[in-house]
Write a protein that binds this ligand. Sequence first.
Ligand code: ZN
Length: 170
Amino acid sequence: MDINVLLDQIQANDKRKDRYSLNLYRFLRKKPHYHQVFLHCGIAGQEHWDPERTLVPAIFVGLGDAPFILGARLSEIICKGGSTQTAAHALFDHCVEITDAFWARYIEIGKCAIDPEHTLYADSDRYAEVEETRRCRWCGRIEHVQEELQMQRRRVWVPMQKVCVVGAGS
Ligand SMILES: [Zn+2]
């Protein structure tokens, strides 16, 4: 993976506005040698990357240098961008490298590669809505509205009823 080609392709510009994470771009531009991607199998609860699941907390971006991964969590990078603190995480043995598959998917569908379940980004311009249907502008996924009745059991505190004790002699 040539980092300059990658940077060129994932640059958030006007034409592909918002499809790519500006913070992820800024992080890579600042630390171009930290561009390997790893999945922490323990956190993900699976041995392989599943491109259909939103696994952000389990993804690390950086440089693999066994037993360490030098870098940061993807979740932090997409929040902090170029100011993300990097560290040596002793996680290398718990991770699988997903660099090529991840970047290929990210180039193709942008932030939906980070959030394929469509639960993370609530950007107002992510979707084009027409009545009961919406289409994701980044990956093309089409969704429709479905109504669900939600019933929840909950605990609430209420005042005790005064108990009238009728005893002997009354
Ligand atoms: Zn999408």
